[in-house]
Design a protein around this ligand. Structure first.
Ligand SMILES: [Zn+2]
Length: 456
């Protein structure tokens, strides 16, 4: 007898849509079709889309910076993720200066173990490169950590130089890893911030003025050039503007394997949000900064035409009260929440005609799963895949508001947005963990996923 059957739904994968029932045994999808026999539990999905669980490959849960701590830990953050339809996350494990990669990973494993309710993996953020770290890095793909992250910004903190980037790209090419790059020219941003401060320009809007599009696009072009020199693929995280898109397109024209991601907030906010009164603008301080309406339109188009491959949340849940509410823009921690809202907000692109529902599944689940070594277990509703399933109601409507969300942080960037299309029920490896929008699973049910090597 099967453990779970989902009947009467419309199965939506990146590659197509079909009317089919789904049979689950244990944690795995074992049947897809008609006339599936009875099961211990049956779910009627009439009128609903049956989609693979979301995969969010850009989160910062349980992160601390000097004086700041995110509101979400691995329990609250993954509960929020699950309530929004996401069943797997890949979080950034941060190497601190002087630390080995092993030490950093042990810390992150301890943060997640026994808490996470979605499955999870880690990218390693390389900040301190030396011969020992280089050797360690080469050994990580065999341990299921198949992506490395580099920051070209945040001078005197995570920022690395071009030599470190080349060394990392070299290891990635040899070992089958994907290098993710935060592309902003850290020296330029640092200099522009220093000038603004000297002139007494401390209001929140200066966050955008001190990190203009060229700060991002110059670094994007340079990251792609360095990847090209090493013969390695490169993944540009949180791309925001047309100028940076041009750099991606130019790289592809030279046959560089460039993949680019954008994040939910760039699809809805603009730099004008930074000027909101009563310190509200501080909520929108994230990096790279929000751009113009025109850039926003280009991002939606690029998700539709394939120039952009992934929408991630870049969830960094610094609370507004006590942390982000600051008068001086240089003191506001960069980042905003969005792990729960990501799929719902991105789905609005289907309603607005930017892409169809198959493409939606592709950019929030299938592409991130394939690029980061989670496929074929994740990212598709298919026989043999993990039973990570979202039942999505395309007709359900609501207004996003803080009190209705499940996250722990004290605000949402999408307050007041009218949305259509909501997750109703979420299954993670065969277990129903969200019903009627509420988490009903057990703390710690998520599992560390050893990801496979990058292949194109
Ligand atoms: Zn980030």
């Amino acid at each position: 007898m099967l453990d779970l059957v989902i009947r009467n739904g419309l199965v939506v994968n990146a590659g197509g849509t079909q009317r089919a029932d789904i049979g689950v045994a244990g944690e795995t999808i074992v049947q897809l079709g008609r006339d599936i026999a009875g099961a211990t539990r049956e779910i009627d999905a009439a009128g609903l889309y049956v989609m693979p669980g979301g995969v969010d490959v850009h989160t910062h849960l349980d992160l601390d910076l000097p004086g700041f701590q995110t509101a979400e830990d691995f329990r609250s953050g993954t509960v929020a993720a699950a309530c929004g339809g996401t069943t797997t996350i890949v979080d950034f494990c941060q190497q601190r200066h002087g630390q080995s990669l092993r030490e950093a990973l042990d810390i992150w494993q301890a943060k997640a173990a026994g808490k996470a309710v979605t499955d999870y993996g880690f990218h390693i953020v390389v900040t301190d490169m030396n011969a020992d770290v280089e050797k360690e890095l080469a050994g990580l793909p065999a341990q299921g950590v198949t992506s490395f992250k580099l920051f070209m910004a945040y001078k005197d903190a995570q920022m690395v130089d071009d030599r470190t980037m080349l060394r990392t790209f070299d290891v990635a090419r040899r070992e089958g890893a994907l290098v993710m790059v935060h592309a902003e020219n850290g020296d330029a941003a640092d200099y522009l911030i220093e000038k603004a401060v000297a002139a007494g320009n401390l209001s929140t809007f200066n966050h955008a003025l001190t990190r203009p599009p060229r700060v991002e696009s110059e670094a994007t072009g340079r990251a792609i050039a360095l990847a090209e020199m090493a013969g390695a693929p490169v993944y540009i995280v949180h791309l925001t503007c047309g100028d940076a898109l041009d750099a991606v397109i130019a790289g592809r024209r030279r046959n560089v394997d460039v993949i680019a991601e954008t994040c939910t907030h760039y699809l809805f906010g603009t730099q004008d949000d930074l000027a909101r009164p009563d310190f509200e603008g501080a909520k929108w301080v994230l990096t790279p900064p929000l751009r113009t309406r025109k850039d926003q339109e280009l991002l939606w188009q690029s998700l539709g035409n394939g120039t952009l491959s992934v929408v991630s949340s870049d969830d960094a849940s610094w609370p507004f009260e006590g942390q982000k509410r600051q008068a001086d823009f240089t003191r506001i921690p960069n980042g905003a929440p969005g792990i729960e809202e990501r799929m719902i907000m991105t789905y609005q692109g289907v309603n607005r005609g930017h892409f169809n529902v198959n493409r939606f599944v592709e950019i929030v689940s299938t592409n991130p799963a394939c690029l980061f070594g989670l496929a074929p277990k994740k990212g598709a509703v298919a026989v043999g895949a993990d039973a990570d399933i979202v039942l999505w109601d395309p007709e359900a409507e609501t207004v996003i508001t803080q009190s209705k969300l499940n996250h722990a942080v004290d605000f949402t960037l999408f307050e007041g947005q009218k949305v259509k299309g909501l997750p109703r029920c979420v299954v993670r490896r065969g277990e129903v963990i969200v019903e009627n929008g509420r988490f009903c699973g057990a703390t710690g049910g998520g599992r560390f996923i050893r990801r496979s090597r990058y292949r194109r």
